[in-house]
Design a protein around this ligand. Sequence first.
Ligand code: SF4
Ligand code: SF4
Length: 354
Amino acid sequence: MMSATPEVPYGRKTQRAPDLKEVHILWMTAGLGCDGDSVSITAATQPSIEDVILGAIPGLPKVHLHNPVLAYENGDEFQAIFHQAANGKLDNFVLVVEGSIPNENISGEGYWAAQGEDPVTKQPIKTTEWIDRLAPKALAVVGAGTCATYGGIHAMQGNPTGCMGLNDYLGWEWKSRAGLPVVNVPGCPVQPDNFMETLLYLLYQLAGLAPMIPLDEVGRPKWLFTRTVHDGCDRGSSYEQAIFADEYGSPNCIVKLGCWGPVVQCNVPKRGWMAGIGGCPNVGGICIGCTMPGFPDKFMPFMDEPPGALISTKAVQIHGSWIRKLRGFTNSTLNKEPKWRHNRDELTTGYHQP
Ligand code: SF4
Ligand code: SF4
């Protein structure tokens, strides 16, 4: 007689339920921004958005993404979950902010940025009001892109909004109720896989499968933002040998055309943009430092040679041309086959019969 007990595969033992079963990602694009980071992450593949939402990696919390660029819901239906969270009726959400945070202390009777409408007052709900209400209740707060993280291009000198990044707004010592500092994933826009990898790390952490996310002193994930652009640029050998481009289109180092790569923390040239394709200086575009807290003012005008580059390229010039000559000599030797590879009636390889 057949047993009534349903058969459970033995391998099921390897499956562990996540500490947190489900998580909502409340993604506000209502900062001063362009939605470029929301668009950018649709190009991710490791993992892709679809992978995360469909739960391609087992053992992680089920993800409900609420991003206005990608949501099915519209209008009030889309806003509902934000109200629910703000009213303390959602205890498992991560807040993602995209765009800079305006200074509403100087906006007078109006507002610089808002999302949705207050059901009672019928007035727009300011982006800052949402952050005030949601951040203390969130498991984690994540800045997507340089505007949300450090102010970015909208916080440029001369802007009328006095805008800033999340830490400037919440405070650099701010911690979420789960004990996480603001997680900053800069980039203008954010590199697709950089963001999705960080999100994936947070899911592992919330599942109870990873330690506290390692962040540097300005909140960046360490594994993505410790090394410089120059560290991962495949034009570095041209720099080292003092072969500098003097016009765009050259395959050589473009530091004299304005590349800030040696002093900018970013992994784009090493990683490529999508699936290893593209990038910045590695494919001929000067690095303008778009991931850095000092961006853009400290890098402008972009197309001038960075001041520090004048000294360092001069220093490299002295030994670079010698190294190039010596390498050229060795290289021409290596381009010749050893002399025992021939078709004559004799063996000249040095082989001796044992
Ligand atoms: S192009 Fe920029 S990042 Fe690349 S080697 Fe030159 S200075 Fe460094
Ligand atoms: S290489 Fe430079 S310009 Fe390109 S994404 Fe990184 S920081 Fe921005």
